[in-house]
Each structure stands twice: as C-alpha cells, then as structure tokens.
Design a protein around this ligand. Structure first.
Ligand SMILES: [Zn+2]
Length: 304
C-alpha cells in the first residue's frame, strides 16, 4: 500500500528523532496499555486469514518495541500493582504491552522480540480451544461465512451461540490462527516478565450469558491456566471488551470473587488513576500501525 502524505510526514518526524524528543518532555495521563493479538510473517499475502489486521507483521512489532523501549517506560503488571499499593511510583510514560486470545505466534514470534528489548508483557488466553486443539470461534466463522457474520453472532444469546458457533473444527497446527498448546503456554509463562491472564474458556460475549454460564466460562478458564502454568491468575481481559455492551456487573463480580485484581476492556483511553481496577482501558493496535504512528499517538493524538 502506498503511504499517505501524512504517514510520510510522520515517518520523517520519527526518523529525525522528533517523537523521541517530544515524548521525553511528556508525562502520560495514565498507563498506555497496548492491546495486540497475533504476530505474523511480513510476507503473508493480504486476505490469507480472516481478521488479518489483528496479526501484526513481526518487523512492525519489533519497531513498536523499539519505540516503547527508547521513548517510554515499559512496565509489568506487577510494577503497576506495586504503584497501586503505594510500594512504588509509576514512571512518567508507563506503557504495558498485552496480547489477547493466546495465538502461538505470541510465543514463537513476539516473545523473542520482547526478550530482545527486555519488555514485560501480559498475555490473556482462551483455554478451551488450546486444550482441545480447535480454532477460536470467530476465526472459524470468519473463514466460513465472512467477517461480517461474526459481528452478527456477537449479539445472540449465549446458548444459541454456544450451540452453533463454539464447537469449532480442529486446527491445522501450521495455521497462523493456531493457539498455543498447554505445554507452550507453560513455556511462555516461565519467561521472565511474562504474566498469563484469563480471557474465558471459549471467548463468548459475557453479557449474553447467564450468571451461571459466565461463572463457568471465567472460573474454568482461570483454573486451567493455573493448572497448566503452575502460577496464580490475577488478571483478565473481557472478550470483545466494550464497556456497557460485552460484559456487565455480574462478570465483574465473578472476577472479583475469583481473585482477579486487574481487568481490561477495549475502551480506547489511557488507564487513568481514577478508573475502576476491573475496567482498565486499552488501545487496540492493528497491523498497519507503523512505529511512527505509534509514537505520534503516544506523544499527541491519544486522548489527554
Ligand atoms: Zn479476544
């Protein structure tokens, strides 16, 4: 794709170090929590997989990591917890990297880059397709019926959705949409700086489910992650994650009872000090976001 004039200007500003200097003078209004999904080879042809925009090319992800390391203050969830508890203070430009869903590429492609730049990250995973070696439901329906069909299913009742969408085919292990195996999740969890959090068993829209169904989705997910990794689960990301639509007070109550101390939505904002701890905002990052664009958003265009 030919870059737009604005994109070229931003790339020029990035090249001459403008954003680095601008960010050095900036205090962010909260934690910039970045929400990624998968990482892909740079040469994947457009339209190879549905929702390809959620899988960022590895070189782009590396360029993001360079911006975060050079221009911001990367933090882990534990750093943040220490600040919330008053045991530490947050740096001026705190950035937390997160990944949703549990794609294998987070282990094989993102983790080496994170380690290269010494960046902590939190990875929220769906356990049912991991354990049963199935596709995530939206990847399956998206490939079979198109991406728009997935949107339609998000407003259906949990029972109907579960019967028609959640029993997905076995995944081809070489497919970029394959999730990690339980063993691979343990490997990822053992990398220093990586925390594994919950994302439900099957990735339903929680607000469409009864309290009992929500409880099963959340508690089975947490229990399996703990079993597979041998570590406690203390963080969570709501599937789809829009406040007021995709989860409700029942969901939040179940998380609190399950020992979750921080949970994330997809409301695009800095995670500010006055936000409820179980409804923290995040910025979604897509495959076309360049390093210059990320730096521009951090320095100027994300809401102050
Ligand atoms: Zn998700």
């Amino acid at each position: 794709m030919t870059p737009t004039f604005t994109a070229l200007v931003k790339q020029g500003l990035q090249t001459i170090g403008h954003y680095r200097r601008a960010l050095a003078r900036t205090t962010l209004p909260g934690v910039a929590v970045l929400c990624y999904h998968g990482v892909r080879d740079d040469d994947m042809a457009p339209g190879t997989v549905p929702f390809q925009y959620l899988h960022i090319p590895a070189p782009t992800f590396e360029s993001h990591c360079r911006v975060i390391r050079q221009c911001c203050d990367p933090i882990s969830l534990d750093d943040w917890r220490a600040a919330i508890d008053g045991r530490a203070t947050l740096p001026e430009r705190p950035v937390l990297i997160t990944f949703d869903d549990g794609y294998r590429s987070v282990l094989t492609m993102a983790a080496p880059i994170l380690q290269q730049y010494h960046l902590p990250a939190t990875v929220f995973v769906c356990t049912w397709p991991m354990g049963s070696r199935r596709m995530l439901w939206f990847d399956h329906i998206g490939a079979r019926d198109g991406e728009n069909a997935v949107e339609g299913w998000k407003s259906r009742d949990y029972g109907e959705w579960c019967g028609r969408c959640s029993d997905t085919p076995r995944v081809d292990e070489g497919d970029p949409r394959a999730l990690m195996t339980p063993d691979e999740l343990r490997t990822l969890a053992n990398i220093e700086g990586i925390e594994i959090g919950g994302h439900t068993s099957r990735h339903p829209i929680l607000s469409r489910a009864s309290a009992a169904q929500q409880r099963d989705e959340i508690e089975q997910n947490i229990q399996l992650i703990q079993e597979w990794t041998g570590k406690p689960v203390r963080s969570f990301a709501y599937p789809n994650g829009r406040p007021g639509f995709d989860y409700n007070a029942v969901s939040t109550g179940i998380l609190r009872g399950a020992g979750i101390d921080i949970a994330f939505t997809t409301h695009p904002d800095f995670a500010r000090r006055d936000e409820p701890p179980l409804e923290r905002s995040r910025f979604l990052l897509l495959d076309e976001t360049s390093d210059a664009e990320l730096a521009h958003r951090l320095a100027y265009s994300w809401p102050r």
